[in-house]
Design a protein around this ligand. Sequence first.
Ligand code: ZN
Length: 124
Amino acid sequence: MHELSVTQSILDMAVEEAKKAGASSVDKISIVLGELTGIAEDCVRFYFDIIKKDTLAENAQLSFSHVPAVLKCKKCGYEFERQTFSFTCPKCGSPGVLIDKGKELYIDHIEVSFDGNKVGKEHT
Ligand SMILES: [Zn+2]
């Protein structure tokens, strides 16, 4: 049920932003989603379709940018994306460790309408 609470906060934030801006509806929510969050895009989409009803985001589209996990080699310092289930450095063959990439989960920006006029709004 973790995805449900995450989806709820995404929806709440987007609706809040739209209300603050005096918008009549949310058209699009762009979400940055890191691989290491363990959150599945499909689940978020599924829950969003259920909870968006009767909110300003009722007709909003979700758009996801995925951030892959990145490993850093302890020996040579090379940073690389994980290939399937290997943690091995492609340069020197030493084991890599996960660094703080891929843990992202936030709204990049939302697009709202003011009585039919579409305007992009950055979420800060
Ligand atoms: Zn290396």
